[in-house]
Design a protein around this ligand. Structure first.
Ligand code: HEC
Length: 152
């Protein structure tokens, strides 16, 4: 249980810092805007799962939809970064396109974790949800660290 709560704390910290950052307006690139919107949706859905993992909210089947949303965005993640959608007004680093194999691995890791999250949430079991949330949060960070530029 101790390990799980550490994972939850790590995951919610990652969500907290990312979701707290308000993106001010359009980047001028429709692909980038769409991607940023999807990332924000991810943050929101992760927060809903975290509330249940931390015992702040009771599990209801509606949480399955939040997990499904995370999985859906994970499945389309590889298409959210078309070439030319980076640049200064975004926080997407050039490495996304110059290191495609590493980036694709980060996408695949996230997708796999999201699959586990869907299964865990369906059980309604707080401990299982917490463990899967921690594992998923790790893959958010696993991509943000190498591929997302700091907020300026
Ligand atoms: C495969 C890489 C990758 C994965 C996985 C990933 N992200 Fe991101 N995320 C990015 C990149 C790159 C950006 C910067 C996007 C930009 O500005 O073009 C970003 C931006 C964000 C933002 C900031 C949006 C804004 O307002 O500017 C949030 C919030 C976010 N991600 C949440 C998440 C969460 C939560 C997860 C996991 C559930 C996640 N991301 C998984 C790559 C990823």
């Amino acid at each position: 249980m101790k390990k799980i709560s550490t994972l939850i704390i790590a995951a919610t910290m990652a969500i907290g810092t990312t979701a707290a950052i308000a993106h001010d307006g359009s980047t001028g690139n429709a692909d980038a805007d769409k991607r940023i919107m999807k990332m924000k949706e991810l943050g929101g859905a992760m927060k809903a799962v975290a509330a249940v993992a931390k015992g702040e909210a009771a599990y209801t089947p509606a949480l399955n939809e939040q997990a499904a949303k995370i999985k859906m965005i994970a499945a389309e993640m590889g298409n959210l970064f078309p070439e030319g959608s980076g640049g200064e007004k975004t926080r997407s680093k050039d490495e996304i396109w110059s290191q495609p194999e590493a980036f694709e691995k980060a996408v695949a890791d996230f997708d796999m974790a999201a699959t586990g999250l869907v299964a865990a949430v369906e059980t309604g079991d707080q401990g299982k949800i917490g463990a899967a949330l921690g594992a998923t949060g790790k893959t958010c960070g696993g991509c943000h660290k190498p591929f997302r530029a700091p907020k300026d």
